[in-house]
Design a protein around this ligand. Structure first.
Ligand code: CDP
Length: 230
């Protein structure tokens, strides 16, 4: 069996990370949540007052300071799940708040931010044996990936899943607010000038609107086996 690269892209909150994480764990691959990296840069902007009062990113200042941002992932021994660190501090729960979600697509639309993060992502995947999820993994980060999946589901279903996830984590959120955020991010991600969200020509589409987590997991494992055993 050969070691391959697996690229999973798709719309916000469609369960990409759950299936990517589970598969990586099962087959002993590295899992990288590229969205967490854009979220960490966004948190850096919030914590360093790099958003103007009208909600725009101070791109000039961020560009000067981008070299100060160090993002890494470490496995939590208790949960065996990877957690995101920003300059040595565990920010895993801070990057999942609505405050970050509502600003991340603006930060992710900046070309110099993408350039810096894509470079790190390609470095992480240079030896293959990696599952990465995001918006531009099959198109820009790993255009030669052996397995590319493009995940989609209706906006309402995605919002409901994200709502349940955040409520379970104890966050005080409303379904309507989440649906609005999901739709807004989809719009910005698809229409930005640099690396917009789109399906790679050779990606397989997975519409998981009516699939359980277990069904989705089995589907991905099967696709992995087909791609890795050739
Ligand atoms: O909420 P969800 O888990 O679906 O999103 P995420 O994967 O955490 O990504 C958050 C945001 O980062 C997206 O809405 C995109 O704006 C941006 N992103 C990106 O531009 N490129 C990537 N490879 C990953 C995320």
């Amino acid at each position: 069996m050969k070691k391959i690269t697996i690229a999973i892209d798709g719309f916000s909150s469609c369960g990409k990370s759950t299936m990517a994480k589970d598969l990586a764990k099962e087959i002993g691959y590295i899992y990288i949540d590229s969205g967490a990296m854009y979220r960490a840069v966004t948190l850096f902007c919030i914590e360093n007052s790099l958003f103007t009062s009208d909600g725009e990113v101070n791109a000039e200042e961020l560009k000067k300071r981008i070299g100060e941002i160090n993002i890494s992932f470490r496995l939590n021994d208790m949960t065996s799940k990877p957690e995101t660190f920003l300059n040595g501090v565990n920010v895993e729960s801070k990057i999942r708040t609505m405050d970050v979600s509502s600003r991340v697509s603006l930060v992710a639309a900046l070309g110099f931010v993408r350039k810096a993060l894509v470079k790190q992502q390609q470095e992480m995947g240079k030896n293959k044996g990696i599952v990465m999820d995001g918006r531009d993994i099959g198109t820009v980060v790993f255009p030669d990936a052996e397995l590319k999946v493009f995940v989609t589901a209706s906006a309402e279903i995605r919002a409901k899943r994200r709502y349940d996830e955040l409520i379970a984590k104890g966050q005080n959120v409303s379904y309507d607010e989440i649906l609005k955020n999901v739709e807004e991010r989809d719009k910005i991600d698809q229409n930005r000038k640099v690396s917009p969200l789109r399906k790679a020509d050779d990606a397989i589409i997975l519409d998981n609107s009516n699939m359980s987590v277990e069904e989705q997991k089995a589907w991905l494992k099967n696709e992995y086996q087909k791609a890795a055993y050739v």
